[in-house]
Design a protein around this ligand. Sequence first.
Ligand code: CMC
Length: 432
Amino acid sequence: MAEKLATLTFTDGTPPIDLPVMTGTVGPDVIDVRALYGKTGKFTYDPGFMSTASCRSSITYIDGDKGILQYRGYPIEQLAEHCSFLEVAYLILNGELPDKQQLDEFVNIVTRHTMVHEQLIRFYSGFRRDAHPMAVLCGVVGALSAFYHDSINIHDARNREISAFRLIAKLPTITAMTYKYTTGQPFMYPRNALSYVDNFLYMMFGTPCEEYRPNPVLSRAMERILILHADHEQNASTSTVRLAGSSGANPFACIAAGIASLWGPAHGGANEAVLKLLGEIDDAKNIPAFIKRVKDKDGHAMLMGFGHRVYKNYDPRAKLIQKTCHEVLEELGLKDDKLFKLALALEKIALEDEYFIKRKLYPNVDFYSGIVYKALGIPVSMFTAIFALARTVGWIAQWKEMITDPDQKIGRPRQLFAGATRREFVPAAKRK
Ligand code: CMC
């Protein structure tokens, strides 16, 4: 088949140029603009990457108009229904679902890396007890690079493998310790006999005083939430990890950068913001006034947990989380949970409102996840930290993919300069 080309013409006398058009396995074609500057002396301008593919990837595919999300080709609905989180982690990292032996080996390795260096634990006492968990998580994960020097040669495949295992294995321990630190309870060491998710719940909610047995329905809900958050192609935090990694920075530092980016309310911090918002609205009778404030753009009021750069349809993860939410509330005898009812009422009103319809604003993954977390007994300030724990799998898979990509270069965007042109220095006494 003949090479597809896009012809770019100019009105300023610059001769037209042909740019190659690249085709993926599915999804929109992309115009390869790499030669543009060399041939024309011009850059492209795309703040927020509205029309820019920043890399080539084979991990996660999203069709935002149809509400499709696939990890390595498998629909998210099937993975959430049938898989454990570590099975999905293996798939995301390796490209294929594991057979029984591969899964056993993977689980065994992850399980045996769950402890953290004893000295790392001292980092926690440097933080205030009321520090936000994301601040602590960012600091402690960044500090891992000071402890595991033996796995930070990014050019060595085995080193990359080991650091991936360490991050996936230690994030639940570090996240649970972050929670324990804020409550003043003792840190719980991991229990290797437990599954990844049960071990996390045990380290979060167990104490040395009594036996802790996770409820299987709640444990399954947590497993599903982790699966739904495991990867989401080139979002802000993943792009941050890739950009940090493009300079050759070590993987622990890159994941800490990803955690920092995830924290923002437009990204992973939205789950926390949704719960705060529901608390503020408080009662269904206050919804119309709130929606009016959103529409009037009054004081930057936004319906948190709604809208997405890519999904212009219902986020498939939100559908699955809404179902999980029903199951969890049923199990806990909280069917009449005030916040859940309020969220359903808010969703209904928003989906029927022309402001949201016109802008294709639908509930995203964060709209219902907070209600599930809250029902599981997780405090609001920990919500985004759990998102980070799950997303670490995606971050590390994307980081590994970037390192081995032959097209990989240090990420170095250019700019449209709009500042002062050259002018001469004026001594302080002569400045007006
Ligand atoms: N509530 C009210 N208006 C909204 C919302 C919202 N949640 N989201 C977008 N809009 C409006 C926005 O004001 C704009 O209106 P106008 O055309 O009149 O200026 C229009 O919709 C387009 O929005 P945008 O900001 O240009 O869209 P974006 O693709 O740049 O932003 C977003 C996407 C997710 C940052 C944004 O929808 C948002 O801030 N949502 C609330 C926060 C949230 O739930 N974030 C979680 C995203 S999913 C999980 C994750 O990524 O971590």
